[in-house]
Every structure is written in structure tokens, then in C-alpha cells.
Write a protein of this length. Structure first.
Length: 211
């Protein structure tokens, strides 16, 4: 089963409240970045937007937001959420590893919250190339993915199976630095503990600027 099929199955078979990454409130790091002025309202893309929670929150705070997700069902949820909250967002079902030319140089800010660990090493250069191309010159990219130091899902190994039968890849800072550096200036790259849906976990947090 490929990633698209896995995500469609998750959004078809699980209530939104039970999906591990579906959190109603935006992450504290994203809120702090907006409230501090680190990122000001601009054209933003939420990569792997899921049911649209964070895209809708950003739209309420003055951002012009486009959400992209591989799952058609997730995009349907996201569009409904935007309508229910009275905000204007654009949502599109698309594979972030494929041709994204229609969006090239559209955005000032791109972020993925725990999307990169769903993408295996052999596909990451394609993904990062697409992120780079989505951004305007000097655009910012905010990325969060599971650290190999995280103890979740068995606590060891780069590839780990989850209770919902997806497989995630756990990264080191060094490999992320090598991945990001050709296309982005690395402003920050840290491993920190964040709040999860069920328990805290260690993630790699990167703030990057498009070269």
C-alpha cells in the first residue's frame, strides 16, 4: 500500500479525533513564531495540511493560506472546516513528491508539521526540491520531524511501524543538515521535546531560508 492509499484509509476508517496527528490547536512553536513576529502574515503553504486545523488558524490570523495534502478525504474535511470557520483558504489534493509547477514561487512561508518523517530518504531530495520551488526568493521553510533519539514505536531503528500501520523514518540532525544545505540556508536546527497527542516526543526543528 502506497502513502496515498494509507492516508485515504486513515481518513476513511478513523474518526478525526483518533488520528494521531490531528490536533485541534496549533503547535506552540507555530503560535510563538506568529505572535513574536518571526513570521508575519503572508502567502503561506501548509504541506500535508490534513483536516486543515493549522491552515484555518493561520487564515484567522491574516495569512493567505493554501493547504496541500495527498488525501482527497483530508482535503474535503479541510474545505468544510474553512467554511464552518468563515475563513478563505485554498485546499488542493496533490502528491508533494510530484510535479508542483502550478505553485512555483507562490509562497513566502512554507511549513510541514511532522510530514517529513513520512517521506523516506530516497524521496527526500524530490520533496525538498518541490519545497524550494514553491517558495519565492528568501522565503522561509519551517519543518518538524521525529528525531532518531525519540523513544516512540520501539525506540530504536530508523524505520518504525506505528500502531495505525504506517511506517515512519526517524532522522538525525546531521542527515537533515546534509539534506537541507544544498537548497536552504539553515537558520536553526535543533532537537527539542514537544507535546504530542498522547505523550511528549523528541523532534528535529528546522528554520530554513530559500537560497
Amino acid at each position: 500500500m502506497n502513502l496515498r492509499e494509507q492516508m485515504e484509509q486513515v481518513y476513511r476508517d478513523m474518526p478525526l479525533d483518533s488520528i494521531p496527528w490531528n490536533l485541534p490547536d496549533p503547535p506552540a512553536m507555530l503560535v510563538e513564531a506568529i505572535e513574536s513576529g518571526k513570521i508575519k502574515p503572508c502567502k503561506a503553504v501548509d504541506m500535508g495540511c490534513g483536516a486543515g486545523n493549522y491552515a484555518v488558524w493561520l487564515a484567522k490570523h491574516g495569512f493567505d493560506v493554501t493547504g496541500i495534502d495527498i488525501s482527497e478525504r483530508a482535503i474535503a474535511y479541510a474545505r468544510d472546516m474553512a467554511i464552518r470557520n468563515g475563513v478563505s483558504c485554498s485546499f488542493e489534493a496533490a502528491d508533494l513528491l510530484r510535479d508542483m509547477k502550478k505553485f512555483h514561487e507562490h509562497f513566502d512561508f512554507a511549513y510541514d508539521w511532522e510530514v517529513l518523517h513520512h517521506i523516506f530518504p530516497e524521496d527526500r531530495e524530490s520533496y525538498l526540491s518541490n519545497v524550494h520551488n514553491l517558495l519565492r526568493q528568501d522565503g522561509m521553510y519551517f519543518s518538524i520531524c521525529f528525531s532518531e533519539k525519540n523513544s516512540d514505536f520501539g525506540g530504536e531503528g530508523k524505520y518504525r511501524k506505528t500502531p495505525i500501520d504506517t511506517t515512519l523514518y526517524f532522522s538525525s540532525k546531521d542527515e537533515l543538515r546534509d539534506l537541507f544545505d544544498p537548497l536552504f540556508h539553515i537558520c536553526e536546527l535543533n532537537t527539542v521535546e514537544i507535546k504530542g497527542k498522547y505523550n511528549p516526543h523528541l523532534v528535529n526543528v528546522a528554520w530554513l531560508k530559500r537560497r
